[in-house]
Ligand binder design. Structure first.
Ligand code: SF4
Length: 455
């Protein structure tokens, strides 16, 4: 076997096609007809051809259809596509290498199928392409339209992202509207959203569930008298207080704290028969989490929000409205969420089983900004709608324009194309675009994709 005719994963070929990562200047079929790729199509994750809705020109004729990819032409027959009517819409068969079948493929309906052999057009040796493909972080996987991004006018991209931001805000608000009609309690919704925000991606559902189990009045009362009772209530309802007999190797202070929480939670359950049942410990994710995101610490921070000085302790909605209408709303809201330092125990613990080095256990500024965007903003938009308060709705958008855009897995994809989000509103737009269009390969429902196809 020649060094270059090594087996390569078809995933690499899909990636090269998706990114059009080859010399696209002088493509020709084996029969020497020119090939131009207008749009590579959308990856198909279901049964059927590999890419759908591609747009190619072969020998001067435009085709909109599917693309099927194999290592060599024989793959078309090996997989019986020549007998499968689902492949009659394939406009182009793309292979890495030519073989004895190249140039002789037919569809199930008997029509000849044009082909493109990529190997002569690769810009780098295969082993380098393969290495780059295998080592490239997922974050850097380019958007489908990346090769044509520069052709899209900047104003069109900016308008579309702004529209996406509005769509995202509306969707977030609508989810709360539905919940509000089921149980019209804005403060409970705020508690749920703040808890879920602290749970981050992996424990947001579980934190939201916990928030619904915590009776606000009881929590505030306990917080005013004994913070440790409040932590016992929350961690006990979460099902996360370990049995003291399961801590034979914990240091004395850790074991004592866990025992104290267990006793307190037991007492609270006896005193408050209406308390919800504890959650299953298996609901909580620890795997691949940074210790700072471990649920016990996040729950202790949530308890701090309910304690005196925390935004949830007294008149949360009034405090939020004052802050958002203040001279510097972003700063005022950050300050409201600042009281997230739990009891001293958490300076040396991420969980209840063992001690670690001392550090500040409160929620950092970036996470507080995320809480504002994902928890506070939707609740304020709900209030604006309930009250018909346009001034509040405008203040919420101004607030988002005042918060930094930040950097995450989604915004980095757009930043790689030169579109760095200037503020949190733009970042929201990029998230909506990526999650509802790019990730689903719904480029035909995207103005950027439509522009690329039409140009
Ligand atoms: S949905 Fe739009 S922005 Fe996303 S990859 Fe497709 S064309 Fe590009």
């Amino acid at each position: 076997m020649s060094a270059e005719k090594r087996p390569v994963p078809e995933a690499l070929l899909h990636d090269l096609w998706r990114r059009q990562h080859f010399d696209t200047g002088a493509l020709r079929t084996p029969g020497d007809r020119p090939v131009t790729v207008r749009a590579p199509g959308c990856p198909n994750t279901d049964a059927g051809p590999d890419f759908c809705q591609a747009h190619v020109r072969v020998g001067g004729q435009a085709w909109r259809g599917d693309v099927e990819i194999h290592r060599a032409s024989s793959g078309w027959f090996d997989h019986d596509h020549h007998r499968d009517a689902r492949y009659n819409a394939v406009a182009l068969h793309v292979t890495l290498y030519a073989d004895g079948w190249t140039g002789g493929l037919v569809r199930e309906d008997g029509s000849p199928l044009p082909e493109l052999v990529l190997a002569p057009h690769l810009t780098d040796p295969l082993r380098e392409l393969l290495h780059e493909f295998r080592t490239r972080p997922n974050d850097d996987r380019a958007l489908l339209c990346a090769p044509r991004w520069a052709e899209v006018p900047e104003a069109l991209r900016a308008d579309w992202v702004e529209k996406m931001a509005e769509e995202r805000l509306e969707a977030k608000k609508q989810r709360l509207v539905d919940r509000y009609f089921a149980a019209p309690d804005v403060e409970a919704l705020l508690q749920e959203r703040l808890f879920a925000g602290l749970g981050y991606a992996k424990n947001d559902d579980a934190m939201g569930d916990l928030a619904r189990r915590v009776p606000q009045a009881l929590a505030r009362r306990l917080a005013a008298t004994d913070r440790r009772d409040l932590e016992a209530l929350l961690l006990g309802l979460a099902g996360l207080i370990p049995d003291p007999s399961d801590l034979p190797e914990a240091d004395r202070a850790t074991a004592d704290y866990a025992s104290s929480l267990a006793e307190r939670f037991e007492r609270l359950r006896n005193e408050h028969a209406a308390l919800a049942a504890p959650m299953e410990p298996a609901r909580w994710q620890f795997f691949r989490l940074r210790p700072a995101n471990f649920p016990p610490l996040r729950i202790a921070q949530a308890a701090a929000l309910l304690a005196p000085g925390g935004v949830l302790h007294q008149d949360p909605l009034g405090q939020l409205l004052d802050a958002v209408h203040s001279e510097k709303p972003a700063r005022a809201l950050r300050a409201l969420l600042e009281a997230t330092a739990p009891t001293n125990f958490w300076k040396t613990h991420f969980r209840l089983e063992k001690a670690t080095k001392e550090r500040d256990p409160s929620v950092g500024r970036r996470r507080r900004d995320t809480l504002i965007t994902n928890a506070v903003v939707p609740v304020l938009l709900l209030c604006a709608e309930q009250r018909g308060d346009d001034r509040l709705a405008a203040a919420v958008r101004a607030l988002l324009r005042d918060l930094p855009g930040g950097s995450d897995r989604v915004t980095r994809r757009f930043r790689a194309l030169g579109m760095r989000p200037e503020n949190a509103l733009e970042a929201q737009g990029q998230h909506q675009l990526y999650r509802t269009r790019c990730r689903e390969a719904r480029c035909l429902e995207c103005r950027i994709g439509q522009h690329v196809l039409e140009s």
